[in-house]
Design a binder for this molecule. Structure first.
Ligand SMILES: [Zn+2]
Length: 137
């Protein structure tokens, strides 16, 4: 039997799984929602917007279960920050999906250690070395 390295090999899967969290931005900097461009009237009767061009504004729109939506006006100077946070949210979500997929394959391959703790990574494990992300940033 020839042993070959396939993308499905447990070693490859474990390697890929260990690499996923390393590329993630800080969890504190995530934001779910969409940045929308809106045009509004400010309400001043003498303003140009009363009869002509409205004021462009940016709005963060967040939808909740049941279809309820919350909107928050985003100052122009914060638009790039909000965009970055929304991007971070997507990166985290993708990472969770990627790891979940890898774990599903590991489960299929019976490469899951039954003795491993269910909450691995908690600081209560004093024998554990420093968190892999601890020294970064
Ligand atoms: Zn106006």
């Amino acid at each position: 039997m020839v042993k070959r390295t396939s993308p499905e090999s447990p070693q490859t899967l474990l390697q890929r799984r260990s690499e996923v969290p390393r590329s993630l931005p800080p969890l504190e900097l995530v934001l779910r929602g969409s940045l929308l461009r809106r045009e509004i009237r400010c309400g001043k009767p003498t303003c140009h917007c009363a009869g002509g061009t409205r004021h462009p504004i940016l709005v963060l729109s967040v939808t909740f279960p049941g279809g309820r939506t919350r909107q928050v006006t985003v100052p122009a100077k914060l638009s790039s920050t909000v965009e970055a946070w929304i991007g971070n949210y997507r990166l985290w979500w993708k990472a969770i999906e990627d790891i979940s997929e890898i774990n599903r394959r590991l489960l299929q391959l019976r490469q899951v250690d039954s003795a491993s703790p269910s909450r691995e990574g908690r600081p209560s494990r004093s024998t554990r070395p420093k968190s892999p992300r601890g020294g970064e940033r």
